[in-house]
Write a protein that binds this ligand. Structure first.
Ligand SMILES: [Zn+2]
Length: 343
């Protein structure tokens, strides 16, 4: 099994963010990817390779062109106008008229749905290469690999076509799914999201699309982020009606509760009979995670990996969240090993 990784994620230097001169905590830090890299490097069953550059086209197959232009240019424009420093929105276009603002400050709050995702000098380049890592993993699976792992950072599942937030700027899993379809004449793709949080961005991108089903297990929106999406009755719209599946779960969900919901999701995926599977994996489902509130154990995580592997569908695994630095490497190896052994 190959792992796709690039050190360019360090350009998104979220461990030293200042907000008006004061330290601003972002849990999503470079050390996360490094912890996972160290663990996969010492596993005999995976080799680490760099991403290849697919350009902007596969990103624009998912994201709005003006949104991408904003992400590419907003730091430099903000630095010219107000000096160097992270770009934070100060207002949000909540319940707005739908009119797109012209000002830089207005656009920041139009394209962001939350506060915790600063745009730094290297954020665009890091997000671009994170997406390229997912695309390279998709290439490997398309070329016949049974599984490939994109060690993406920043993560992606909260980013929609023209919305960023939740530490996510470009939706790596969605970009991989669209690339898999483009390479195989619009074949069916399933996305399984086993991050602690609902992947509101992925849901939004495929909400009207019957060719991609989205199945997500996550904290109930009444109890946790991202609060406004993730209810079980969000089932898709138009031609996509019935292709969106949410399993909102209570806090403290343990192995048994999680695996029961997972089995339902896997049954939906089996019935859909997709050509490819994309897994958004987040280790913030693990007990003791500082952001998540589930109680999944290492044995439970291994079983999740085993049951996903048992689908026997060619799989791109995309890294999303997970915040306990000391355990992330162990978790990645535990989840990935059953998939690697299948190969
Ligand atoms: Zn998460």
């Amino acid at each position: 099994m190959q792992t796709v990784y690039t050190e360019r994620h360090h350009l998104h230097t979220t461990d030293r963010v200042l907000l008006e001169g004061h330290p601003f905590t972002v849990e999503e830090v470079p050390a996360r990817a490094e912890a996972i890299l160290t663990a996969v490097q010492s596993a005999a069953w995976t080799a680490v390779i760099p991403p290849t550059d697919h350009g902007l086209d596969p990103i624009l197959a998912v994201h709005d062109a003006e949104f991408v232009h904003f992400l590419r240019t907003v730091y430099a424009e903000s630095a010219l106008r107000w000096g160097e420093g992270p770009v934070f929105p100060w207002t949000f276009a909540t319940r707005h008229t739908g009119r797109k603002p012209r000002s830089l400050a207005g656009l920041a709050g139009y394209y962001a749905f939350g506060f915790g995702s600063p745009i730094l000098v290297g954020t665009w380049e890091a997000a671009y290469w994170s997406a390229q890592s997912a695309l390279t993993a998709a290439d490997l699976v398309q070329a016949g690999a049974s599984v490939a792992y994109a060690l993406c950072r920043p993560p992606g599942h909260h980013a929609a076509a023209d919305l960023y937030g939740g530490f996510c700027y470009l939706n790596n899993a969605a970009i991989a799914a669209r690339a898999l379809q483009a390479g195989a004449r619009g074949c069916r793709v399933a996305i399984l999201d086993v991050d602690y949080h609902h992947g509101n961005g992925t849901q939004a991108i495929f909400y009207a699309d019957p060719t991609v089903i989205y199945c997500s297990l996550h904290a109930h929106p009444d109890e946790d982020y991202p609060y406004y999406w993730g209810e079980a009755d969000e089932r898709g719209v138009g031609a996509g009606e019935g292709s969106n599946w949410n399993w909102p779960l209570p806090r403290s969900t343990d192995d048994a509760g999680y695996l029961a919901a997972l089995d339902e999701a896997l049954a939906v995926i089996r019935a859909f009979a997709p050509r490819f599977l994309v897994v958004s994996v987040g280790f913030d489902i693990m007990t003791g995670d500082e952001v998540g509130c589930f109680d999944v154990t290492a044995a439970g995580l291994e079983e999740i990996g085993r049951r996903v592997a048992a689908l026997e569908i060619a799989t791109v695994v995309v890294q999303e969240g997970g915040y306990v630095l000391e355990r992330l490497g162990e978790y990645a190896v535990t989840f990935l090993r059953p998939l690697a052994e299948r190969e």
